[in-house]
Design a binder for this molecule. Structure first.
Ligand SMILES: *Cc1c(COP(=O)(O)O)cnc(C)c1O
Length: 388
């Protein structure tokens, strides 16, 4: 069986966990948490990093930091994970969904301006598959209209926009270390604060609304309840695991890029024949090899391909279902059609992709896909058929 995902261990995880356990301090902000913070701040130039228990939690911190209140609006793509917007809905926001681009599932930046109203507080972008959104345009709009920008960079570790690391551009950004991401800790995430004036409050919100962090730095002589918050910081045991991963980030990324390139190279002829669409990477973006997806021509074709792969013990999976049509949000959505979001919901397929995917396994996946399309008419032939 070739699964869709298999978590990769670098080998040092259990040693570091043991060390963390034996250090006698296994709650949050221990030695490994500090090492992780320092690593990310140094490598990517993030102004301030705070590990969290998940990307979902980091997004919830963003909504609190931005003082989202009932009646506020946030603009976000419909083709994304629930947490991207649920965090804001929890604070009472209305989500104004934007469509995806025709080029890739990222938010259609050209559509954002039309969705801005006097109630808009923030634009939430998602760098889908780790490929950057056009951040210059997003930041320019945000500056013009005095809005905040949150980058949901859950999938975007070690990826860049015009040379800038993703997660370093918006006022706030969030990452995930869930076991399906490039760098993992089982469950885990981080908040990146780029706008300095949010730093103090971010520390308080993460520590249950208390000024405990300042207290431990000796800045104040007692700590107490000063704001709302929750328990968003992970145990140092999680950070120990994460540190073993980030130490190996170069090796992990190189291997993932090789796997990605093989899929791309081998499936290119199917794209040229009009059967599928491969990931599009704009020239301003890098590829962090988070995921390999193809876009099929129809839902029926995708269903057939998934079945064919499954018959051969290969697990390929579709991804998000448009949130504007979700059972929870459909009654709050303003009724606009978002055809690209629906298209990716129906037609996008993710192929098995993980560090340990062997070349022969990958070739098997590729061969099944090629075999599947061999029996179908090419797009060019279909057009000819229709013209008859
Ligand atoms: C994985 C993911 C999340 C959620 O991350 P968790 O760490 O599991 O909370 C949020 N947004 C996007 C775009 C994701 O891919």
């Amino acid at each position: 069986m070739i699964p869709f995902n298999k978590p990769h261990l670098t080998g040092n995880e259990t040693d570091y966990i043991r060390e963390s356990v034996l250090s006698g301090k296994i709650s949050g902000d221990g030695i490994y948490t500090k090492k992780c913070h320092q690593f990310f701040e140094t490598k990517y130039g993030f102004r301030k990093v705070l590990l969290t228990t998940s990307c979902t939690d980091a997004l919830e911190m963003c909504a609190i930091l931005l003082d989202i209140k009932p009646g506020d609006e946030v603009i976000a793509p419909s083709y994304t994970f629930v947490s991207t917007v649920n965090a804001f809905v929890l604070r009472g926001a209305k989500v104004v969904f934007a469509d995806s681009s025709t080029e890739n599932p990222n938010i259609d930046v050209e559509e954002i301006e039309r969705l801005i109203t006097p109630k808009t507080k923030a634009i939430i972008v998602v760098h889908y598959a780790g490929i950057a959104c056009d951040m210059d345009k997003v930041m320019e709009l945000a500056n013009q209209h005095k809005l905040y920008v949150v980058e949901d960079a859950a999938q975007a570790i070690d990826s860049y926009y015009k040379g800038k690391p993703l997660g370093s551009i918006g006022h706030l950004a969030t990452f995930s270390f869930h076991e399906t991401k490039n760098i993992i800790s089982g469950e885990g995430g981080m908040l990146v604060v780029n706008d300095e004036h949010f730093i103090g409050r971010a520390e308080i919100i993460r520590e249950k609304g208390t000024n405990r962090s300042s207290f431990f730095r000796g800045e104040i002589d007692k700590y107490g309840w000063v704001d709302i918050g929750s328990s968003f910081l992970p145990s140092d045991i999680i950070a120990a695991f994460l540190y073993a991963q980030i130490e190996n980030i170069e090796v992990i990324q190189q291997r993932r890029k090789d796997i990605w390139q093989r899929y791309y190279r081998e499936l290119k002829p199917l794209e040229q024949d009009g059967f599928i669409q491969l990931p599009y990477i704009p020239e301003y973006a890098t590829n962090n090899a988070h995921m390999f997806y193809i876009v099929c021509r129809s839902l029926e074709e995708r269903t057939g391909l998934i079945a064919k792969l499954k018959e051969n013990q290969v697990m390929a999976v579709f991804h998000y279902l448009s949130l504007h049509k979700s059972p929870y949000y459909i009654q709050h959505h303003d009724g606009r059609e978002l055809p690209m979001s629906d298209l990716y919901s129906d037609n996008l397929l993710r192929l098995p992709f993980y560090y340990g995917l062997e070349k022969i396994e990958q070739e098997k996946v590729i061969d099944i896909i090629k075999g599947f399309y061999k029996q179908l008419p090419k797009k060019t032939e279909l057009v000819k058929e229709l013209q008859k």
